[in-house]
Design a protein around this ligand. Structure first.
Ligand SMILES: Nc1ncnc2c1ncn2[C@@H]1O[C@H](COP(=O)(O)OP(=O)(O)OP(=O)(O)O)[C@@H](O)[C@H]1O
Ligand SMILES: [Mg+2]
Ligand SMILES: [Zn+2]
Length: 308
């Protein structure tokens, strides 16, 4: 090797053999893993630059997150999407929960998406809502998804960037629980209008809310507010109200953190059963349980307009 070559390597802090091996490694990974869904005409998005992308055909993106699992994110995402649709917006629903997709069941949709002329995934549609989920792309519900590392990242990128959304006013994104790789990747790659954080009033859930808020702050995503789920249970026999997860903890936390409290949804077995049947309660706007979702949807529309 020439002297100049050696000097350049020294300046760049490269130690010959190790880095050569490393380069080959990265290149072969990129080639074999860049298109795990095997889409034709796939153009990889350059995510090395910290640039936030908009999505073609999508005006606003709303993230629905909860830092703790099982507090009702997917149920809230689905019912909010339906409410926004019934309030005359063109709505999409993206299931970003790659390991535990729920949207196919909640929206009563299954089957493999077709590809558009441009090789993009065409969303599956129900209740007037365009949806995309990893659940449509794996053969059956029981098959384990073992996407790892780059595979996972690339699969997520394809779910985000390779869907043929048709003129959406709003894309609602149902995130997996926590503050892991998927949330951070989405936060860094997408130009998001705002995030909704779902929590119960239980202390444990609230501790995690704080983590979630600091994550969104780090990736500079505005927080639209907190939604309290399972706030109150009304006894079907005597109508007395029981606050099973604590008394207005979400409201108090919202005040303390100076974040908007968007509303509360009661704990009701009918929300659960209709979700299981793939018929979100918000589909019928006259249903009393649909009301809180419509209230939250209206305040989100207001917030989107404010920031426009
Ligand atoms: N307000 C409610 N009343 C009664 N049941 C509810 C309510 N909200 C959600 N559930 C039920 O609670 C369970 C968890 O809800 P969901 O799957 O929406 O939570 P999640 O936060 O998306 O979970 P995960 O973290 O696993 O993605 C489901 O069985 C759902 O039907
Ligand atoms: Mg979920
Ligand atoms: Zn009672």
């Amino acid at each position: 090797m020439s002297m100049i070559g050696l000097l350049q390597r020294a300046r760049l802090g490269i130690n010959g053999r190790g880095s050569a091996r490393c380069n080959i490694h990265i290149t072969s990974h990129t080639l074999s893993h860049s298109n795990p869904l095997g889409l034709p005409n796939f153009k990889p998005v350059d995510t090395r630059l910290p640039v936030k992308h908009t999505l073609p055909g999508v005006k606003d993106i709303i993230l629905v997150s909860s830092c703790k699992g099982g507090v009702g994110k997917s149920t809230v995402s689905t019912n909010l999407a339906v409410a926004l649709r019934n309030l005359d917006l063109n709505v999409g629903l993206l299931d970003a929960d790659i390991f535990g997709p729920s949207i196919p069941k909640l929206m009563n949709l299954h089957g493999e998406p077709r590809l558009s002329d441009r090789g993009k995934l065409i969303p599956l549609q129900n209740y007037g809502i365009q949806t995309m989920s990893m659940g449509y792309l794996i053969p059956n519900e029981d098959s384990p998804i073992v996407w790892r590392g780059l595979m996972l990242q690339k699969a997520l990128q394809q779910l985000i960037f390779d869907v043929d959304w048709n003129h959406l006013d709003v894309l609602v994104v149902d995130l997996p629980p926590g503050t892991g790789d998927i949330q951070i990747t989405i936060g860094q790659m997408l130009k998001v209008s705002g995030a909704v954080i779902v929590s119960t009033s239980q202390d444990l859930a609230l501790t995690d809310v704080k983590k979630g808020i600091s994550m969104f702050n780090k990736v500079q995503i505005p927080i639209y507010g907190l939604v309290e789920n399972m706030s109150v249970f009304v006894c079907p026999n005597c109508q007395h109200e029981e606050r099973l997860f604590g008394d207005r903890g979400v409201l108090k936390e919202a005040k303390r953190l100076n974040i908007d409290y968007l509303g509360s949804i009661p704990l009701n077995p009918r929300i659960c059963t209709s979700s299981d049947e793939g018929f979100p309660v918000a589909v019928d706007p006259n249903e009393s349980l649909a009301k809180p979702y419509y209230e939250i949807a209206k305040s989100l529309i207001g917030k989107i307009k404010e920031r426009a």
